[in-house]
Design a protein around this ligand. Structure first.
Ligand code: ADP
Ligand code: ADP
Length: 227
């Protein structure tokens, strides 16, 4: 589904954000990206959705060579991706429901259908009773679950989540993780960056990055809460 072949990324001449990454993500995988701040986790996720381009090497996503994609091809690429990034904050002047409906409106879905699917998505993250609330009346963890609902409302094949539990307490972090895992259980491929040790303990597929390189790749198909 996602294939990195000797991919490197340099933001400038001296810094390699990623160096010689070779990695295959298969359909149905749930992979955690671990590593210290500055290791290259965000850069790796941003390349998959075309926010950043490889400086060298080949990256294919659903058979498309992302490095060669024209700007006009990026929206098509993203149609299959659910993105949960820090930069994509909720719109504070609109209801939770309106926030979740946004991606469907962009693709021109009928309003009634968009609302039905958005309510279904909120129901899946356990927030249907907050549909008409404004985001700032929700806790940090609830807001992050709204962001998850917004990311999956288009039924993406792949979810990319960059530090989705940053700044959350244990309880909220666990809620967010279980929401992500429920979509994984429904067949969605998930790539999640984190430095939450607790998640890594229960994970069965972890890629450790340090200074732009994969320093460890840990996979255990039998243990942990897999399906
Ligand atoms: P992580 O997500 O693991 O914290 P990042 O992918 O954000 O790591 O960063 C990897 C490296 O690339 C760091 O050295 C960071 O400073 C650098 N970097 C990230 N984004 C940019 C950018 N837009 N311009 C220049 N350097 C960047
Ligand atoms: P419907 O299929 O009628 O849209 P569902 O109850 O099956 O409603 O889905 C609820 C919400 O979860 C929808 O907004 C849907 O887009 C979202 N969703 C996204 N990806 C998946 C998935 N792989 N499996 C189930 N639901 C998903």
């Amino acid at each position: 589904m996602i294939k990195f072949s000797q991919v490197s990324k340099q933001y400038d001449r001296t810094i390699f954000a990623l160096r010689d990454i070779t990695l295959t993500v298969n359909k149905g995988d749930l992979i955690f990206l671990a590593g210290p701040s500055g290791a290259g986790k965000s850069t790796l996720l941003k390349m998959i959705c075309g926010i950043e381009r490889p400086s060298s090497g080949t990256l294919t996503v659903n058979g498309q060579n992302v490095g060669k994609l024209k700007a006009s091809g990026i929206p098509y690429l993203r149609r299959n991706l659910g993105l949960i990034f820090q930069e994509q904050r909720l719109l504070l002047d609109r209801s939770v429901l309106a926030n979740v409906m946004l991606p469907l409106q962009v693709t021109g879905a009928q309003r009634v259908e968009a609302e039905r699917r958005s309510r279904a998505a909120l129901d899946k993250v356990g927030l249907i009773d907050k549909a008409l609330s404004l985001p700032q009346t929700l806790s940090g963890g609830e807001q992050q679950r709204v962001a998850i609902a917004r990311a999956i409302v288009n039924r993406p094949q792949i979810i990319l989540a960059d530090e989705p539990t940053a700044n959350l307490d244990r309880d909220n972090a666990d809620h967010v993780l279980s929401a992500l895992k429920s979509f994984h259980a429904a067949g969605v491929t998930c790539l999640i960056s984190t430095h939450d040790e607790q998640f890594l303990h229960s994970a069965n597929h972890v890629i450790f990055l340090d200074q732009g390189q994969i320093v460890d790749h840990w996979q255990n198909s039998s243990a942990g809460g897999g399906k």
